[in-house]
Design a binder for this molecule. Structure first.
Ligand SMILES: [Zn+2]
Ligand SMILES: [Zn+2]
Length: 191
């Protein structure tokens, strides 16, 4: 059966993983399953920056894709970067298979605030939906309440909801028609 797979990279907050599973199912309507955890992304560590390369993690993830994975989402507690930016909350292949998100900067304690589980969980779900949305061909949305809007800081994450806006929903449906028709038994269409 085709499903979106979630894979923990090393030790990852369990409650966030469960919430991401539920949130991705809710947002995209595909089955979501948990793949076996993989090791910490040690090979992606950049000692000079003290952060992990999201590009290298995406490459690792491609090696973990198994048959039946519609998409594969890595979740890490490590802080991620791409060369041009001081950090990223996550990264994904546009119209590709793999996405990764980091919980590091979604935690209140990263900013010297008291920890909050509801805040962490809510942000994790939104960022997972955002990155998986890219893999389904969605680009950044001008609606600041849509999970596909670009977040440069957690305030912008907190403004977003978990429901795709109307425009993004339409694009998602169009982009995934071919996958959906294949997962529904007997629904194969030809033209
Ligand atoms: Zn984005
Ligand atoms: Zn949108």
């Amino acid at each position: 059966m085709k499903a979106i797979s979630i894979v923990a990279l090393g030790e990852v907050d369990e409650e966030s993983l469960s919430a991401i599973e539920a949130g991705l199912w809710q947002a995209f309507g595909f089955d979501v399953r948990r793949a076996d955890a993989r090791p910490e992304p040690a090979g992606a560590y950049d000692a000079q920056r003290g952060q992990y390369s999201s590009v290298l993690i995406l490459r690792d993830l491609l090696g973990y894709v198994s048959q039946g994975d519609v998409r594969l989402v890595g979740v890490t507690e490590k802080d991620l970067f791409i060369p041009m930016l001081s950090f990223v909350f996550g990264q994904a292949q546009l119209n590709g298979v793999a996405a990764v998100i980091s919980l590091a900067r979604l935690r209140q304690e990263f900013y010297g605030l008291p920890p909050s589980r509801p805040v962490l969980i809510s942000r994790s779900v939104k960022e997972a939906i955002h990155e998986v949305g890219h893999t389904f061909g969605l680009t950044h949305c001008a609606d600041s309440t849509c999970p596909m809007s670009l977040s440069n800081n957690v305030r912008q994450v907190d403004v977003k909801g978990e429901d795709l806006c109307r425009n993004c929903s339409i694009i998602f449906e169009e982009n995934t028609n071919h996958i959906r028709s294949r997962i529904k038994p007997g629904a194969e269409v030809r033209k």
